[in-house]
Design a protein around this ligand. Sequence first.
Ligand code: 13P
Length: 250
Amino acid sequence: MRKQIVAGNWKMNMTFPEGINLIQEIINNPSSLKGAQLIISPPYLLLNQAVKLTQGNNISVAAQNCSEHEKGAFTGEISASMLNSLQLEYVILGHSERRAYYGETDQLINQKIKQCLANNLKPIVCCGEILKERENNEHFNVVATQIKGMLEEITAKEFKSIIIAYEPVWAIGTGKTASPDQAQEMHHFIRETIRNSYGSEIADNLSILYGGSCKPSNAKELFSNSDVDGGLIGGASLNAEDFIAIANSF
Ligand code: 13P
């Protein structure tokens, strides 16, 4: 059985005290301890505290990015080995905001994935088309190309620690959610793409998360699809009650 996961991508939100407060609200909510596995992904400056505070709860911590380099003169960057030294488990990579605002390509994301895997971190790898690509019926091609590029030279053994998040860019922060059918169709396509490259055992065990305006009111319908194994939540993860309500939507 593959894992059901609800991950909260806080993006560039929350000061240090606000972030500590939100983590505490999530931990102290008794219903947060059951159901899907929770992952929280605060900004870098909160990661150390997040790992400490969530220890012993069923909550894991993800970074939102990492460097493609191992170490050295890269001012302002954070390496995979630094993240590993905090004992956190996951790193979100290839988010559409990183692609759009920081020029990240599939090849660069591939290097970051390799850094994470070399440092025992599990990548949450994002893919998804923009509106024009969906309107032109190119969305399957776009996602297949992203996956192929990002996963180049990743072995089956390494792939076992990867999670994929499908985030249609037109649904992120817009209030427009993919319909449950659109999500299921793409998640199924992603799973079959992985099956072709890595075989059935790996494809059937892969958790594929949906992201894009997922909230308590639509999570249940989205998660009821057989290939939707959870969500990568932006805005709604900044509110403990909403985040936990989403996690309890399975
Ligand atoms: P929203 O849930 O705010 O649409 O963001 C989704 C997202 O980008 C998660 O990574």
